[in-house]
Design a protein around this ligand. Sequence first.
Ligand SMILES: Cc1cc2nc3c(=O)[nH]c(=O)nc-3n(C[C@H](O)[C@H](O)[C@H](O)COP(=O)(O)OP(=O)(O)OC[C@H]3O[C@@H](n4cnc5c(N)ncnc54)[C@H](O)[C@@H]3O)c2cc1C
Length: 360
Amino acid sequence: MSALPTSYDTIVVGAGPAGVMAAVHAAARGDVALIDSAQLPRDKSCGGMLNEFAQEFLRDFGGVPDDMVLDPAWVNFRYHDWDRRIKKPTELRFANVDRRAFDDWLVSLLPDNVTVISPASLVTFTEEDDGVTVVAKGAGSEQLSWRCANLIGCDGPRSTVRRTLGVGSVSTYVTLQDFCRLEGEIEPYFDCVYMRDIGDSFAYAYVVPKGDVAIVGSVFYPKTKRPHLKQELTLGMLAEKLPLGPSVKREAWIALSVRDRSDVVFGSGRVLLAGEAGGFMSPTSGEGISYALNTGRLAGAAVGGAAPLDALDAYRASAGHVSRNISRKLKWLPFMESQTGKYLAGFVPAPLVSRVTKGL
Ligand SMILES: Cc1cc2nc3c(=O)[nH]c(=O)nc-3n(C[C@H](O)[C@H](O)[C@H](O)COP(=O)(O)OP(=O)(O)OC[C@H]3O[C@@H](n4cnc5c(N)ncnc54)[C@H](O)[C@@H]3O)c2cc1C
């Protein structure tokens, strides 16, 4: 670590999809350091569902490599009201990937003038007239410090960059994911399951086959109590009708719960925010990979193509449509979460569910 340069043109915090894309594009202006508190390749709890926007985005990089695609390679989104036994398949098609392999592949796309420093956790930063001083902790808790002209925070739902900027935090869902052995075949869908018996803090569950296991995830509203117990209940109910064997792995994580337009923040001064750190995620579907790829690219390109003090304005101008897209989805959220919305969805013809879901 002592041999590292003491300054970079840009420092990007977080090596998820937003951070990698930010680093790829910021590198057009000068040397970049990409730091992550996790040892890479990292593990990120995820359904591994790549929507059509993410697939389209990645065509510029040759498309998603076959060796990270799981069986079945494609799954369609399906709305599933468990208690009323109503299933509404949609035309929304997802590529079914191994998230760890996907993230690792993204890191392999970085150009030579990006230095990856991991594990290194951002502790704090200060912005001065002529740049930003960044302080991090290395693997052995040693203090690391660098200077840069721009800092891009891509450090996810509990962003230290965002907190240090003091621009307001965003609440988070609690998520649990089990990898259950499959003891028979299940239909090739990305099933979004509504159940009424798990309690008010339960938002929805999802089931997706992944080779010889199925991911069974549950999403709980912030401050839920005893989520593990509720996940057991969900698994038990699902196993009554699906050939789910024992869970071989459980992951507990958090996901952004975007509730208001003010949750979306582009940054301040020389500091830009992208991906979940900036509040960029679908508030209605929980899909975040395409938002992270896209806003990471736009933040990186703004830095790569502008002077340090102009980068934030350039980013705001290029990514304004993403913020408007989130605002539009936020209007649907109260209806979608209401009992009435969930009840009525059961009566809507499948092609219409398909059309509406496409916009969410
Ligand atoms: C259970 C679950 C399932 C999901 N399923 C899907 C799905 O199927 N499809 C989909 O599109 N989206 C899904 N999402 C959302 C998606 O995973 C995220 O929106 C996406 O990964 C966000 O990317 P990001 O780059 O903004 O942040 P992240 O991928 O969260 O990356 C942030 C990085 O920052 C690093 N970091 C954090 N703090 C620091 C620090 N202080 N210093 C240095 N590094 C730091 C972390 O280690 C991490 O590597 C899911 C989310 C969850 C929780």
